[in-house]
Design a protein around this ligand. Structure first.
Ligand SMILES: C[S@@+](CC[C@H](N)C(=O)[O-])C[C@H]1O[C@@H](n2cnc3c(N)ncnc32)[C@H](O)[C@@H]1O
Length: 242
């Protein structure tokens, strides 16, 4: 009778919170997203029903049906886990599901997860803040709820790191607008693909070259001085364009 909105973290199951792992083991049903790493599913109660509602990027049409599904499952099962990649409240539509469940009178709880917005850069050895380099971080999605592109001109600030989610397909516009907004063309950029998975890969270079990076989603784009920090992880494939 309770729906738990649970963050699975960005990749490997080692990054699950203890609370998330416990709830997966107790779940009667797990409603999972596309970006949840397969290793996380090993923690699910073997008796639990698994419902895959993975959506392709940009597909917002089925959110309402997911909300309805969660409400109907809550009436049939004791423990429903809604499992999302990263953190449920960071571009995860967790807020929308929480509101829908509240409106339907369904008990709901939220379990945070490590967001790719912070853990993604970290996986490539990039600290999103660093004394003397970056005094803060702006986390932004490259596209809005209706597929409209974010205007990056107003986000150009050499004192802040910029962490961009869902930005791979907009990388040409992102670079053009940030340079138009005042960032130098040589500002360091790093793109971290599939962070915390066996396929993790980091590409680095200058902002003016971002459009030519050979990268695919899911990926995090980091813009700012911190993006040039040295790799800490030896097992990861790193491509430097600078
Ligand atoms: C719909 S958002 C979900 C974000 C998620 N709730 C979080 O907190 O990480 C999907 C975007 O997150 C980013 N992302 C999620 N997992 C990632 C990963 N393992 N590596 C790199 N980027 C990731 C990508 O930018 C992807 O397009």
């Amino acid at each position: 009778m309770t729906v738990y909105l649970v963050g699975a973290g960005p990749g490997d199951a080692d990054l699950l919170t203890v609370r998330a792992a416990r709830l997966l083991g107790e779940a009667d049903v797990v409603v999972r997203d596309r970006l949840v790493d397969e290793s996380v599913m090993d923690f699910v109660n073997p008796e639990a029903q698994i419902v895959d509602v993975g959506k392709a990027p940009g597909d917002s049409s089925s959110q309402e049906s997911i909300n309805e599904l969660l409400v109907s499952l809550a009436h049939r099962y004791e423990t429903v886990v809604r499992l999302k990649g990263g953190d449920p409240f960071v571009f995860g539509r967790g807020g929308e599901e929480l509101l829908a469940l509240h409106e339907a009178g369904v008990a709901c709880d939220v379990v945070p997860g490590l967001s790719s917005a912070l853990a993604g850069p970290l996986a490539a050895g990039i600290p999103v803040t660093h004394r003397g380099v970056s005094r803060g971080v702006t986390i932004v999605s490259a596209r809005g709820a209706h597929g409209d592109a974010t205007d990056f001109r107003s986000l150009a600030n050499p004192e802040l790191s910029l962490v961009i989610l869902m930005g791979v397909e907009y990388r040409r516009t992102i670079a053009l607008q940030l340079i138009e907004g005042g960032l130098s063309a040589g500002t360091p950029v790093a793109v971290v693909e599939q962070a915390w998975t066996g396929q993790q890969r980091t590409t680095r270079g200058a902002l003016e070259d971002l459009a030519n990076f050979d990268v695919r989603p899911p990926a995090i784009i980091v813009v700012g001085g911190v993006a040039s920090f040295a790799l800490r992880s030896l097992h990861l494939f790193d491509v430097a364009l600078l």
